[in-house]
Design a protein around this ligand. Structure first.
Ligand SMILES: *Cc1c(COP(=O)(O)O)cnc(C)c1O
Length: 370
């Protein structure tokens, strides 16, 4: 075959549900010369990444590392390690990603009990407690920031509910990581996973995870070996811990990028970053309402990094998004599940959360709708 021309994509402005725009510093860091995955220089980079991931999660957990794979690989890692065949899992579903957790847990051979909230609304902690009344569960899992609906779920009530069921508390923090406060230790979350391409604004490909000592005790006490060799935390801990034993070749350059993205987060400061997401999402929402658009999620539960916008009657979802992409190079997200064809999803994540992004999005939408 004759080689095609070098692949160079058109420039885009990313305001969908992820990936978000990646700062040039992160791309440059990722483009540095590759070094060995056991090189002492690289080990230093790994250790700094782990410390920075702990800071963003608000945890002291030793078992904190980036899984080689996207956010879903982080999800699969936790369920593969925490659940054994026949274990009961209480999974809260109020959107696509809760549904995915239930599916992943089922595939581990767990007996899954799902508690559902309507799409676009948060979970009712009392209903969750009632759904599992009188039963023991190995895990209680929920999504902190449901990117499919734009709902932020308060984590605070769930530690006590998990305790009633003797369960480990697992949280999907894919879209909250570096965009809204998480505080794993304060909320007593035992295990969490995230991804790099949402509010962290690094390219997709890694999944920062963190597990409490109690969660790791569960992993060590397993009766059956973890079915996945690649995602086995006891093996991964030997590479990421003091032993530095080869498991799989770490994606060295992706971790260079992760290091820089985390460094940018801590340089900005966590509080400042959360404040920026909260303030600018308020500006975006005011602008959208100014265009006569409806925001289906109640203000009290809106997720700053992702806003759900109702598609006005008579407007074609795909045609509008195509217009934004072709004319402005602007990507926003379509609706998923119950909101397919009925809503758009506009992301303000990390480097994509600026006044410039908001101004472009509002004027481009105004044009596309007229
Ligand atoms: C994006 C996302 C995921 C899945 O992450 P991938 O990187 O696409 O595998 C899981 N949960 C939530 C809440 C997400 O937004």
């Amino acid at each position: 075959m004759k080689a095609p021309a070098p692949f160079v994509a058109k420039e885009r402005v990313l305001m969908g549900p992820g990936p978000s725009d990646v700062p040039s510093q992160v791309l440059r860091a990722q483009g540095a010369p590759t070094i060995g995955h056991l090189d002492p220089e690289f080990l230093r980079c790994m250790d700094e990444c782990r410390a920075m991931i702990r800071a963003v999660y608000g945890t002291e957990n030793t078992m904190t590392l980036p899984i080689s794979g996207t956010g879903s690989a982080g999800m699969e890692t936790l369920f593969a390690n925490l659940l054994e065949p026949g274990d009961a899992a209480l999974i809260c579903t109020h959107g696509v990603f809760g549904g995915r957790m239930a599916e992943v847990a089922r595939r581990q051979g767990a007996e899954v009990v799902e508690v559902k909230a309507p799409w676009g609304q948060p979970l009712d902690p009392e209903k969750v407690a009632a759904a599992g009344a009188g039963r023991r569960f190995r895990v209680l899992a929920l999504v902190h920031a449901e990117t499919s609906t734009g709902v932020l779920q308060d984590l605070a009530p769930f530690r006590a509910i998990a305790d009633e069921h003797g369960a480990l508390l697992v949280a999907d923090c894919v879209t909250s990581f570096a965009g809204v406060p998480i505080e794993l230790d304060r909320h007593g979350v035992d295990a969490a996973y995230s991804g790099t391409q949402k509010c962290l604004s690094a390219p997709p490909g890694l999944a920062p995870i963190s597990l409490s000592e109690r969660a790791m005790e569960r992993v060590r006490a397993r009766e059956h070996e973890v079915r996945s060799w690649y995602l086995d935390l006891r093996l991964l801990a030997r590479y990421w811990g003091d032993e530095r034993a080869y498991h799989h070749t770490a994606p060295v350059n992706a971790i260079f990028g992760l290091h820089e993205a985390l460094r940018l987060v801590l340089t900005e400061g966590l509080e400042a970053r959360y404040e920026r997401h909260a303030r600018l999402s308020g500006e975006l929402q005011a602008g959208l309402r100014g265009l006569g658009l409806e925001l289906p999620v109640a203000e009290t539960h809106r997720l700053p990094p992702l806003t759900l916008v109702g598609i006005p009657d008579g407007k074609d979802d795909k045609q509008v998004r195509r217009h934004l992409l072709d004319r402005y190079g602007l990507e926003i997200g379509g609706g998923l599940g119950d909101f397919a064809g009925k809503a758009w999803r506009i992301g303000l994540m990390g480097a994509s959360c600026t006044p410039r992004h908001i101004a472009l999005c509002l004027s481009a939408l105004e044009d596309a709708l007229s």
